[in-house]
Design a protein around this ligand. Sequence first.
Ligand SMILES: [Zn+2]
Length: 343
Amino acid sequence: MNTPIAVQPWDATPPKEFVTDGAPTISTEEVSACPVCQCERFVAQATGFDYELRSCRNTWRFVRCEACSHVWLNPRPSISTLGTIYPPHYYAYHYTEKVSPLALKAKNWLDSRKFAGLVKTLGRKPSSFVDIGCGDGRYLRFAEHVGVSKHRDYGLELDESVVRKLCEQGYVGLCERVEDCTAIAERSIDLATMFHVIEHVDDPKAVVQRVARWLSPGGVFAVETPNIASMDARMFGKTYWGGYHIPRHWNMFSPETLKRLLEDAGLEVVGTRYQTGHSFWMYSMHHLTRYHGGSRAGLSRMFDPFGGWPSLPALLAFTAFDKARAAIGGRTSSMLMLARRAD
Ligand SMILES: [Zn+2]
């Protein structure tokens, strides 16, 4: 581990595991203009590989906009390759099977507190709600508990079987992208949430503008995404930072660029909360120990977020570290920004 971490050359060979696993080279497409400000001048920010899933052997590059500093993946995977970079074993599809019942209970409790905080920001009980990327519908249930009726409780998710279940439970499950969704009327939504979704979409500007139009006067939109202006992003940001989730995160925001995106859609930012970025610390350390200057597979297991007991000490330590920093006003690598529609 004595070689310095640097932005790797464009023709860097992938770590040997990518070759022995037979990971394919997948097709890509250029994104020549900044997704936030449309400027076409950018510089290289980082290069790296799919350290997490080894789904493909491509070298990937993040670039930084010379005008607004937004960071995006360029080139990025073609839409036709989504089945490769999101394989059936992708963890987000099996989250509840992969973590312990105790961890699930804790997460549910933390998420319910997070939801209560959003209702407080709204300043009234919501009568309608949408969660974009709603998964199993956990937040739809929180909304129902504060009085949102099921026919005004919307969940967007791209997994058909998940959406079918939500519909069977009486919620309005919608299996489509925000940009294509016509089932939600303009100015009809009091509270909208999008947790760790905006970094995955191909046109974040279009998504935010559509959600802004859905909001009722005074309605609140809560967006959670990795923060590229954070300590761990600076430490690992040349290649191994877990927040990159290479090549599945296509747009990496700072508080400044996310604020600009929301304001460009006519919203007013009313608050930013910093959550613990423990999984990004874990993946950063995992990728560093696994791939840098010779593999230390045993050591890297201590930093696998789904590694069970061996990784628990590191998980607790990073969580405590970020909690403490957030409590004194530090900017962690997971930010939750709240924006309100004024008119
Ligand atoms: Zn820009």
